[in-house]
Design a protein around this ligand. Structure first.
Ligand code: DX5
Ligand code: ZN
Length: 220
């Protein structure tokens, strides 16, 4: 991938015309599609499951399908999301008592693995698995809803993670999720994010294609 990139989160799309919304983002240059899976247990909201991921994949067959699991017992659902077309599955540190095992379980399907930390979770918790993941996702809002404000302390967390990556000579991608918009995208990328998830700032725009292009240009 040519980094940094913007990964549109379809949580903020209009589900009644999901295919058109995805098309519009792809026309603007989107190469990743971020899928937010919420179970009403780990997070206080329910979003959608593998069926919608499969629909997203079929409407954008060239796109990289990025699945962010905000669910309890993620191991039980890995296979279903792989079958739905996931190219990457990311799991929360907070949901995985046997994190290393869960990551191996994802890896055995030959797709990319990611680990996610909530805003109040320290990076120390994931240091033992940094060698086992392709991506680390820093939540810049408390997961559960689109349209929240970016938590300012996330800038330092991104910088610290980029330092750790350099110190330990590791190759994982750094992703950030929540509250990314036209105003903060540049600073977010400069703090170390390679992949910026953007939901409402992309899909609530009048012109999704133009907004996606605008967000990407800011990073240029
Ligand atoms: C939050 C989700 C995000 C969300 C981002 O729980 O993980 O991916 O859709 O939405 P915005 O960009 O609107 O904050
Ligand atoms: Zn997400």
């Amino acid at each position: 991938f040519e980094l940094p990139i913007v990964a549109p989160s379809i949580l903020a799309a209009n589900f009644a015309r999901l295919g058109q919304d995805i098309d519009d983002a792809v026309k603007g240059g989107a190469s990743w599609i971020h899928c937010d899976i919420m179970d009403g247990h780990f997070v206080p909201n329910i979003s959608y499951g593998p069926g919608v991921v499969k629909a997203a994949k079929s409407s954008a067959p060239q796109a990289f399908i990025d699945v962010h699991l905000m669910i309890e017992n993620p191991d039980d659902y890995v296979e279903a999301f792989v079958q739905a077309g996931a190219d990457l599955i990311s799991v929360h540190f907070e949901t995985c008592p046997h994190l290393h095992r869960t990551l191996q379980n994802i890896k055995k399907y030959g797709i990319m693995t990611g680990v996610v930390v909530n805003p109040a979770t320290s990076l120390h918790n994931i240091e033992p698995v940094l060698n086992d993941v392709d991506l680390v996702l820093i939540m810049s809002v408390n997961p559960g809803f689109g349209g929240q404000s970016f938590i300012e302390s996330s800038y330092d967390k991104l910088k610290r993670l980029a330092e750790i990556r350099e110190e330990q000579e590791l190759g994982f991608l750094i992703q950030v999720d929540g509250g990314v918009n036209l105003k903060n995208a540049k600073k977010v990328a400069e703090s170390g994010a390679d992949i910026l998830v953007a939901g409402s700032s992309v899909f609530s725009a009048e012109d999704i294609t133009a907004r996606f292009e605008e967000l990407t240009e800011i990073l240029g």
